[in-house]
Design a protein around this ligand. Structure first.
Ligand code: SF4
Length: 457
């Protein structure tokens, strides 16, 4: 079967900050489909021109689009054009899984896949090929005779069974991200997260059981990135790369032993860094130049509200430990927890500046559909369109802020951090400029109103 997969253009926070990498989720689905005999064309709207309003979708027998919340209005628009060509449309991604009933009821798509898309998308393609429009498949939902048929699926137990993502099907030369002065690309070595933080969809969408690829398989893919594609910098896009310190050490040793000479960064957690000097030493020797740490807040009550299972007291020692091993800190803070106040935001800003992290990121607490935070706040949402669900806008009625107050504090926090001379010259100017321009000039508007009954503040 001929399948078209589309990664809609991103307007979210990380994209605004310049993180712009091949969409590996889509590339995994593509390689899985190809392995099972299907023909796949991928379009990444972040990396290539794609006039979705004037495209002949009828060359394909199935169209798949992945969506998170901020891109959902665009996906709704694309879906109108796919449907005009009478081609079956399947949506996947965190937002589709969270909002599947409405998507099917409103006929935005014919099918929704839950969680990991590889197997249900591939099985759906095979069933459609046989003429079966309503297959009963794990991980698939659709509407039939006015009722929603849905079956959840188990998470993939052995990730080594998946082929490597189909990078050759993407316009690799169009991804311009660099790290440590070299062109950089991404890899995913594990899925899921056991911590279940209230605001994060990782545990809901990919499961609370952390599933890891074998170290050998990871090494093989890194070798491919270095030797076949020529990358010297890599980003481990796992939700939590250092959850198993022994594994992180082993992967680092394999990188060294194979003389791969890469520089890389990864997502980690404060507690994993503070209590694992041996791991930091191994990571550093293997080329780790930066770890992303979600400190989130310096107020323990707010950390508890987020279910972060961390104490703010370890934040300073995280940066000290990382500095000891020449690893930069990418520190992330969230403002707008329900117990947050203006004084506390200012305290966080001052703390973030004193912390000595090389990159500091602030975001505004956002209840993304599919998270536990969304369930808690769904009656308090006032922003009418999902375009605001980008981590830079307050979208719910907060006890202590209105949206413009928090937005001003958000911009002030960036200004406060990135106008410091050291940061301004090292990373600040481009980083701060991107933040300011993207949050003030982003005029993209989509017509969908998702909460029409709720008054705009
Ligand atoms: S924020 Fe990090 S630690 Fe918490 S659930 Fe998400 S990935 Fe896991």
């Amino acid at each position: 079967m001929n399948v078209l997969l589309i990664n809609p253009q991103n307007t979210g926070y990380y994209y605004k900050l310049g993180a712009f990498y091949p969409p590996l989720g889509m590339a995994y689905i593509s390689s899985y489909l190809k392995k099972h005999g299907h023909n796949v064309k991928m379009v990444d709207m972040n990396a290539e021109r794609f006039n979705y309003k004037d495209f002949d979708y009828s060359q394909f027998e199935l169209v798949g689009i992945s969506t998170d919340t901020v891109r959902f209005p665009l996906v709704v628009d694309i879906s109108r054009y796919v449907k005009k060509c009478n081609v079956p449309l399947v949506l996947g991604g965190p937002h589709a899984a969270a909002d599947y009933e409405r998507i099917l009821r409103d006929n935005i798509a014919d099918y929704v896949v839950f969680g990991e898309g590889e197997i249900p998308t591939c099985q759906l393609a095979s069933e459609l090929e046989k003429g079966n429009r309503y297959p009963e498949l794990d991980g698939l939902a659709y509407s039939k005779d006015g009722s929603i048929v849905s079956k959840k699926q188990d998470f993939i137990k052995d990730l080594d069974n998946l082929p490597f993502p189909d990078r050759d099907g993407l316009p690799l030369n169009n991804y311009k991200s660099r790290f440590d002065k070299n062109p950089a690309t991404s890899i995913i070595t594990s899925r899921g997260c056991p911590f279940n933080c209230e605001f994060c969809s990782a545990s809901q969408f990919m499961g609370m059981r952390w599933r890891k690829r074998s170290n050998e398989s990871v090494l093989e893919e890194i070798k491919l990135l270095v030797k076949k594609y020529g990358y010297k910098s890599i980003i481990f896009f796992d939700d939590n790369f250092t959850l198993d310190p022994k594994r992180a050490i082993d992967i680092s040793e394999k990188i060294l032993k194979n003389d791969l000479k890469i520089s890389w960064w990864a997502f980690s957690r404060a507690d994993e860094v503070v209590y694992n000097e041996e791991m930091l030493e191994a990571l550093s020797r293997a080329g780790c130049k930066m770890l992303f740490i979600g400190f989130e807040n310096i107020n323990d009550e707010i950390l508890e509200e987020f279910n972060k299972k961390l104490s703010a007291s370890i934040a300073s020692s995280v940066v000290e430990k990382l500095k000891k091993f020449n690893i930069d800190t990418f520190a992330s803070f969230i403002m707008g927890g329900l117990k947050d106040t203006k004084d506390n935001v200012v305290k966080n800003m001052k703390f973030a500046k004193k912390l000595g992290a090389e990159i500091v990121q602030f975001s505004i607490l956002t209840p993304y559909p599919g998270t536990r935070l969304f369930t808690k706040l769904k009656d308090k949402l006032f922003k009418k369109s999902y375009e605001y669900y980008d981590g830079t806008h307050l979208v719910f009625q907060h006890p202590n802020f209105n949206s413009s107050q928090l937005r001003r504090l958000f911009m002030r926090a960036y200004y406060y951090i990135y106008t410091e001379p050291k940061k301004l010259f090292k990373r600040g100017l481009p980083f701060f400029w991107r933040m300011v321009t993207s949050t003030t000039k982003n005029k993209i508007r989509y017509p969908l109103e998702v909460y029409p009954d709720i008054k705009q503040s």
